[in-house]
Design a protein around this ligand. Structure first.
Ligand code: TMP
Length: 211
């Protein structure tokens, strides 16, 4: 079966993910690639309510497992209704956060078992895994200063954000072929964007492909 490509962007709060994703999408579109942009959590009707709960449900979500299952419910809907259909149409899907967010935040951040999280992710995604992941990296102090918004996860202690960042870097060490780290700290935005574009173009040169 021929299918599209799934490219995910990951990183801690304020790492520059969403801005870079927008620039990248515009660039790839101008190069003629069939790009679709999506995000987690919140890209479906149910997902919008889940996002509201997850980011602003102050005092409601106290248990890491409850938080986990809400993110997984959002992912399940997203894959079923958005990601899978787009991939079957042969689109290049650019997704702001996906499976690695759960591994980094709920795994390394909250301390939930990584093997269990991997299995749960495989289940809700039907094994639809990112073909390429760009991890935007910066120190949490810098990211939190830069990040807009004041949501529930943003307000976690600095130590939590440090674990998430280290977790992401550990995931990248484990899967260097899939996860490419781009630093967004101490360099102009244009420089990081250039690096992202060249990684993605290099990947897309080998696409479309038969799977
Ligand atoms: P964002 O969409 O503005 O990046 O916010 C989403 C927040 O949710 C962010 O703090 C990361 C967090 N998150 C998780 O903790 N686990 C997940 O699986 C996902 C998708 C996001």
């Amino acid at each position: 079966m021929k299918r599209g490509a799934l490219i995910t962007l990951e990183g801690i709060e304020g790492s520059g993910k969403s801005g870079h994703l927008k620039l990248l999408a515009q660039f790839l579109q101008s190069q003629g690639f069939p790009i679709r942009v999506t995000y987690e959590p919140g890209a479906t009707a149910l997902g919008r309510s889940l996002r509201e709960l997850l980011l602003h449900g102050e005092g409601l979500i106290e248990d890491p497992l409850v938080e986990l299952f809400l993110f997984l419910s959002d992912r399940r809907e997203h894959v079923r209704l958005v990601v899978k259909p787009l991939l079957l149409e042969g689109k290049v899907v650019l997704c702001d956060r996906y499976v690695d967010s759960t591994l980094a935040y709920q795994g390394f951040g909250r301390g939930l078992d990584l093997d269990f999280l991997l299995r749960a992710n495989r289940l809700v995604t039907e094994g639809i895994w990112p073909d390429l992941t760009i991890l935007l990296d910066c120190p949490p102090e810098e990211g939190l200063r830069r990040a807009k918004g004041e949501d529930r996860l943003h307000r976690q202690p600095l130590e939590f954000h440090r674990r998430v960042r280290e977790g992401y870097l550990e995931l990248a060490r484990r899967e260097p072929e899939r996860i490419k780290v781009v630093s967004t700290s101490g360099c102009p935005k244009e420089e990081a964007q250039e690096e992202i574009r060249s990684i993605v173009l290099e990947f897309l040169r080998r696409w479309p492909r038969e799977t």
